[in-house]
Design a protein. Structure first.
Length: 107
């Protein structure tokens, strides 16, 4: 099976929510790593332009785990409409490849 690693991006309302989601996904081996960074978002919502301070989760995973990650996030996330995005990883260093493969969902 080809690895098909990806980076998942998910904005969260605060650090508490981001940590809760990351820990749950890590415990279920749906992601190998989660990085958190503070962001300022500007977006259209219900016909208006909104602004928010959020925490962005950047997570290392595989494309075939996306649906399982999305289902878990749906149970934990506070937003009515959260945005979970997957970006394919074209190249990864050799040792990181082995580590991510070993940590994800027992495969």
């Amino acid at each position: 099976m080809k690895n098909n690693f990806c980076l998942l991006y998910l904005s969260c309302k605060d650090e508490t929510e981001a940590t809760k989601i990351a820990n749950e996904l890590l415990a279920k081996r749906l992601i190998a790593c989660a990085k958190q960074t503070a962001i300022k978002s500007t977006f259209r919502w219900q016909g208006k332009i909104e602004k928010a301070s959020e925490i962005l989760l950047i997570m290392e995973s595989r494309e075939d785990l996306f649906d399982k990650v999305e289902a878990e996030v749906a149970q934990l996330h506070s937003y009515e409409t959260f945005v979970l995005e997957a970006v394919p990883v074209n190249k990864i260093s050799t040792k990181a490849n082995g580590w991510v493969k070993d940590e994800l969902n027992g495969e």
